[in-house]
Design a protein around this ligand. Structure first.
Ligand code: ADP
Ligand code: MG
Length: 439
């Protein structure tokens, strides 16, 4: 049994059988392309690949580490995806290919990135940098919450410039750190310098993880200076603004701020719908419009969930040989929205409605007749009636209405809007799902 098979065998013992049958069984260890610090599995499609990487990547790395003493990076790639092997004379003169250069995900391109107001600035900055690396903003620092597309944009720059024949190094901060430690240990720092300092573009993902690692920071500082002097482009991502990163030396933080900082905000509903459509297209999954909209209302702001959900839907429909109707989708995604109405409180509803509609929680139960407050109050009443077991008289009392006929009037008005306006319906669905998943 090869080491990959041993590891998978071990994993099998740790996870539910159904998970094993559904996903793990579909992947194969790629003996030829694996090394001690980079192991590769082949998956039949990108959905399974992403699912396994997200859910089991860390566990697999750990199981390999137990076997070999080295914690590898785990890659799960498409079975038919070949590493781009350009002829030697096609690549720029800087030779000495690095030992462990991370592969870029070929689907993380600018074309596959959905633009919306939440990410437009970062997108434009990234595209400009890709077109003229080292010339305009150096470094480019992209920051924002989990799953908002930072890695995607970073790798889009990488893919773009690699296609132009540029020497691109993409690493996670963790890989950079491990690489550094290993080369120090092996006394091969020359190789380390060659690898990082001769790049045309150095892309480092999640630099917040440099926090507390002062030796790596020191090395990174010198790498940064060398690259900057060469007019090579540096692009960094982080989950927060440089100012808010603790445990990183001031001189590095100030370097992070030298060029351009671009943040990414959580996407709105329309952008989420477009992202799902894009992912369906890329992964050749076809979903009905109402299913797509439903998924968009279920997922929080984080797009990372999308591929997990698509992969889950895909796997289930294949396994059960069923078409993905809205009903079937709802059924599968039940755990995402925990339909436990008993646990929902009026406070949950008021908190979420006021936050989403940008008004103060205390305004909802006030006597204010301001238009946006009245609107939010009506939405809250509608949702409370639908999601809890309160009676109409109870609701009238709670929300300060005259009597139950006012509640009934509100319910009818909102129902009418829902029927007439598909966008309004989507927003109400989204709010419901948010409330259901918070409780
Ligand atoms: P981050 O690095 O910010 O945590 P990722 O770049 O890993 O997030 O994005 C998570 C997933 O969501 C990826 O599959 C990515 O392609 C997708 N995604 C996020 N934002 C967008 C977007 N605007 N357009 C297309 N896909 C997106
Ligand atoms: Mg990322």
């Amino acid at each position: 049994m090869n080491i990959g098979a041993t590891v998978l065998h071990q994993l099998k013992k740790e996870i539910p059988q159904i998970e094993y049958e559904r996903y793990i069984k579909q992947i194969e260890f790629n003996v030829e392309e694996s090394k001690s610090d980079l192991v590769t599995f082949n998956a039949p499609n990108i959905l399974v690949a992403n699912w396994i990487k997200t859910k089991y990547g860390a566990r697999l790395a750990h199981l390999f580490e137990l076997q070999t003493g080295v914690r590898p990076t785990v890659e799960v790639t498409l079975a038919h995806a070949k590493k781009s092997s350009k002829p030697e004379n096609d690549t720029p003169s800087k030779n000495n290919k690095p030992a462990t250069q991370s592969l870029l995900n070929p689907s993380y391109t600018f074309d596959n990135f959905v633009q919306g107001s939440s990410n437009e600035f970062a997108y434009t900055a990234a595209l400009n940098v890709a077109k003229e690396p080292g010339r305009i903003y150096n470094p480019l620092f992209i920051y924002g919450g989990v799953g908002l597309g930072k890695t995607h944009l970073l790798q889009a720059i990488g893919n773009y410039c690699q296609d132009q024949g540029k020497r691109v190094i993409y690493v996670t901060t963790e890989q950079f750190t491990n690489d550094f430690i290993q080369q120090v240990r092996n006394k091969t720092m020359d190789r380390f310098h060659e690898k990082y300092r001769l790049a045309d573009l150095l892309l480092i993902d999640d630099v917040q993880f440099l926090s507390g690692k002062h030796q790596t920071q020191e090395e990174f500082f010198h790498t940064f200076e060398a690259l900057k002097n060469n007019q090579s482009q540096i692009i960094l991502t982080s989950d927060r603004d440089p100012k808010q990163i603790v445990g990183i030396d001031d001189r590095l933080i100030s370097r992070f701020e030298w060029g351009l900082k671009a943040d990414i905000q959580p996407p709105g509903l329309e952008t989420k719908i477009e992202i799902i459509k894009k992912k369906c297209l890329i992964n050749k999954v076809s979903l009905q419009k109402n299913v797509i909209e439903y998924i968009a209302t279920v997922i929080d702001t984080n797009a990372r969930e999308i591929e997990g959900i698509l992969s889950k839907l895909h796997a289930y429909s294949k396994m059960m040989d069923k078409e993905l109707t809205l009903e079937f989708t709802k059924d599968i995604l039940k755990e995402h929205i925990k339909e436990t109405q008993e646990h929902i409180t009026t406070e949950d509803i008021i908190t979420i409605v006021s936050k989403e509609l940008h008004i103060k929680p205390s305004d909802i139960r006030s006597k204010s007749r301001k238009q946006d407050i009245v609107y939010a109050r009506r939405v809250a009443i509608y949702l409370t009636r639908n999601l809890t077991k309160y009676t109409m008289p109870e609701l009238a009392k709670f929300y300060g209405l005259n009597d139950h006929t006012s509640v009934s009037h509100t319910m009818k008005a909102i129902q009418k809007l829902i029927q007439e306006d598909a966008n309004f319906k989507l927003r109400i669905d989204e709010l419901s799902n948010k409330i259901l998943s918070k409780s």
